[in-house]
Design a protein around this ligand. Structure first.
Ligand SMILES: Nc1ncnc2c1ncn2[C@@H]1O[C@H](COP(=O)(O)OP(=O)(O)OP(=O)(O)O)[C@@H](O)[C@H]1O
Ligand SMILES: [Mg+2]
Length: 528
């Protein structure tokens, strides 16, 4: 509407136009007088606050405000009238509104003033911003989650790298100590050797936990029934946690099967239970729950880490000290602990985290300082697979002589030499290659090989898995055994299973090596 057109309209037409604007506006528009009494409201105001116009007109505008704005409002107007200092007029602010039913909501308020017939009036324009605030809150939360998972990813890479190299060094240490053993005849030397072996075993346990955190640990995944697993662990926990802690379980009937390493799953539960115990020095309650969970698309939006689907849920709740948010945000980091020196290493939850992630699941924490903590693990439902029982691994004896020829493929010179020594000790003929391409070249040349024993991660453009596949293509009937302590490839457990590839995890004992080789050599020739 141009200035001209407005001037040429009659006052009646102008009033009608204004009324039209007020009636149709989606913004709530309220006019008050200099005392704060409401003169006019538009329909949007009625809708927004839940009052009829008649209920509002003549009331002090304070009725639309929650505390503390309500109490301060008279002061604002008086202050402005006295000083002319504008706190809100022409500026706009985000404040809260109060509906007739007492609920409050965030709103954006802008105020203008005008004089008419010698009196001062104020007009307030009000936008409901609860939607915008929801979106902003959700955005902030997902940014926080993203930053968190990026941090964990980075820490995982670093930890996994160190643990991998360290694992290889340990393999050399323990392997050589083992070779030294039969040469040491006096008790004193043997005692020294034993000390070294024990320390190496501890080191190996540590790298194990680090590799679990970094999701690079070999997982012996089985289809498991969560309830059975929980029952077997809680029986043990009941005996060990102490009488001051009441342990109870709430197991949903017919919980789906899931697929994970049962041994690691049990240690995850134990780690969480021990944390709970530590958080309940004066005693308290520990509850273990299981249930089925279906995450739909919407839910998945909030838990961005999990795709929609069917999951089994395990929750461990305690009535302990709880943790403040700054602690909660860091508990999965390796070596993060709030416990005094010597009491905690800070690896318990790091292990839980790595285990769950590598199993394709997710873990969340709810904690309330002074009330307690709940940790939820979600693992994907295993589809239609039958339940196997987690039978213990069998050990083979080391002293039967072997005759087959084994091709060792390993990039680390020292690890390769050690492996060769160990294999010769068992009686195998040994050939060696320092990477995949040269191993395949030897096979192409026609070297006689019964079994390829290859590291998984190697430079040279071919992984152990690829070497295995090509070797089988080239020489149907050839046997393959992979070895690794660290491997993204191990995460692809399904692929390995499909290709019927076995992996011997580093560091291994001589007996493990013998057993693994014998198992693979005894396999019937591949059907494909
Ligand atoms: N249930 C819980 N209640 C309160 N705080 C907890 C709970 N679980 C973990 N925490 C906090 O998280 C930190 C890290 O836990 P985590 O299990 O990773 O390491 P830790 O228990 O300190 O040491 P470790 O498990 O290696 O012996 C703990 O030091 C503690 O501050
Ligand atoms: Mg712990």
């Amino acid at each position: 509407m141009s200035q001209n057109a407005a001037e040429t309209s009659s006052p009646a037409v102008q009033a009608a136009k204004l009324r039209g604007i007020l009636e149709s506006a989606v913004t709530a528009i309220i006019t008050i007088d200099h005392r704060g009494l409401i003169e006019t409201v538009n329909p949007a105001t009625e809708r927004l606050f839940g009052y009829g116009a008649a209920e509002l007109i003549g009331q002090n505008v304070k009725v639309l405000m929650p505390q503390p704005y309500r109490a301060e409002h008279d002061g604002y107007i008086a202050n402005y009238a006295g000083t002319g200092v504008k706190k809100i007029i022409g500026i706009g602010r985000e404040v809260s509104g109060r509906r007739k039913d007492g609920t409050t909501f965030p709103l954006h308020l802008s105020v203008s003033e005008f004089d008419a017939e010698g009196r001062r009036y104020f007009t307030g324009m009000i936008h409901d911003i609860s939607d915008r605030q929801h979106v902003e809150d959700a955005l902030r939360e997902s940014e926080r989650q993203l930053a968190q998972s990026q941090k964990m990813e980075a820490v995982g890479q670093l930890t996994g790298g160190i643990a991998h190299d360290f694992n290889n060094l340990l393999l050399v240490v323990t392997g050589n100590l083992e070779l030294l053993e039969p040469r040491l005849l006096d008790d004193e030397s043997r005692a020294l050797l034993k000390e070294a072996q024990d320390a190496a075993a501890l080191g190996s346990k540590l790298t194990d936990q680090l590799l679990t955190f970094a999701r690079r640990r070999h997982m012996d995944a089985h289809v498991i029934q969560l309830n059975d697993l929980v029952v077997s662990v809680t029986d043990m926990l009941r005996r060990t946690l102490g009488e001051h802690i009441t342990l109870s379980t709430s197991l949903a009937p017919e919980v789906w099967a899931t697929r994970a390493d049962p041994g690691q799953f049990q240690s995850a539960i134990v780690n969480m239970a021990v944390n709970a115990r530590d958080a309940m020095a004066q005693g308290g309650k520990l509850v273990v729950e299981t249930r089925n969970m279906v995450f739909d698309e919407q839910h998945a939006d909030f838990h961005s880490e999990l795709p929609p689907g069917e999951y089994v849920q395990l929750s461990i709740s305690d009535s302990g000290t709880g943790m403040p948010p700054d602690v909660r945000d860091r508990v999965f980091e390796p070596f993060f602990t709030t416990k005094e020196k010597g009491r905690g290493t800070g690896l318990g939850l790091a292990m839980v985290y790595g285990f769950v992630k590598q199993s394709g699941g997710h873990v969340t924490i709810y904690s309330e300082v002074g009330h307690g903590t709940t940790i939820n693990l979600y693992l994907p439902r295993a589809d239609g697979a039958s339940v196997e029982d987690a039978a213990g691994a069998k050990k083979a004896d080391t002293d039967t002589r072997a005759r087959e020829t084994i091709l060792v493929v390993e990039d680390d010179e020292r690890v390769r030499q050690l492996t060769i020594k160990r294999l010769k000790l068992i009686g195998y003929q040994v050939l060696e290659a320092h990477d995949g391409p040269s191993a395949l070249e030897m096979l192409r040349r026609g070297d006689e090989v019964d079994l390829v024993f290859t590291d998984v991660i190697m430079p040279g453009g071919l992984s152990g898995r690829e070497v295995a596949i090509r070797a089988r293509e080239m020489k149907p009937g050839i046997k393959v055994l992979l070895t690794s302590g660290y491997a993204e490839e191990l995460v692809h457990g399904d692929e390995l299973q499909r290709e019927r590839l076995k992996v011997l995890r580093k560091p291994y004992q001589q007996a493990d090596l013998v057993a693994a080789l014998r198992d693979v050599l005894a396999e019937p020739p591949a059907a494909s």
